[in-house]
Design a protein around this ligand. Sequence first.
Ligand code: BV8
Ligand code: ZN
Length: 286
Amino acid sequence: MIFLRRLSPILSQMSKRKLSDYEGFRNVLNKSTNIVALTGAGISAESGIPTFRGAGGFWRTHRSADLATLHAFQVNPALVWEFYHYRRTVAFSAQPNDSHKALAAYEQICKEQGRKFSVITQNVDGLHRRAGSENVIELHGALHKVICTKCRTIDENFDNPICEALRDRGDPALQDINLPTIDKKDLPRCKKCKALVRPYIVWFGENLDPKVLEQSRELIETCDLCLVIGTSSVVYPAAMFAPLVADRGQPVAEFNLNSEPANDSFEFHFPGKCGSTLPKALGVTL
Ligand code: BV8
Ligand code: ZN
């Protein structure tokens, strides 16, 4: 008897979670008026952009997460710029896929119906905007922006290569040791004060932009439906957003390759490639 009593909350939790329940999800979706889509690297996988858990976890012999730090940039700015030159090249030549397009299409539908639809992304590839999404919060910055290490001027820059010294560099198949070192003076410079610029990216151990955090907090505290798409939910603070929505008793729907949901409190789980599951769940024809 005690065993059953202990089992009941787990059983009710499991019965509560709906797997690939498109109809059930659609009922909740149609009633929602303030929807947030939280996205990670998985949404861009079908656009050919490596994820962090997948092949993208390493670049040459370096862990991407080690290169995405202020320390790495201070020690070897040329190597970090070569890494981001590679990331820019991949992102600039990639195309938004059906999951990006489905979110953009559904945002338009909501706009016509006076409902709110927003994207909060951990991705720095710019594919949400290129797919036509308008309400996009880029939590971790953007590859097409740079910031000056001296006067903090932020600038958009789609030049590829961003400087001559990075031409034909960045290829993950090449080994650092076989490449001539790039002198710091030949790295990208600030248009205003000529000091060294760095990618406008939030690196590990760095705080997010307070404005971006405030905008995200407002959405996470008011939305009535949250979609969690293609993220492993391990990096903070992004990883705590969807659980906060579930804690408020609002429905959360996860779209991930994995068959197991990242969090038991998520009501809906759609396993599989989000390029197929998301357009179907949102009922948009692309
Ligand atoms: C900060 C830019 C204040 C760089 C990135 C609390 C607890 C523990 C640690 C911390 C904590 N608070 C802070 C930390 C430290 C750290 C952190 O969270 N560390 C982790 C590793 C434990 N956080 C920070 O440093 C943050 N700053 O908190 O400042 C502070 C500072 C110090 C100490 C305390 C507080 C800054 C974090 C931002 C770092 N920058 N990106 C760049 O891109 O170069 S994070 C980067 O990694 C991404 O932006 C993203 O956020 C993360 C990768 O995760 P995902 O996007 O989810 O990708 P992943 O590959 O992991 O997963 C892909 C998923 O998709 C998988 O589930 C897969 O199954 C699925 N998938 C794949 N294909 C498909 C698919 N799904 C559907 N369809 C498909 N086709
Ligand atoms: Zn400057």
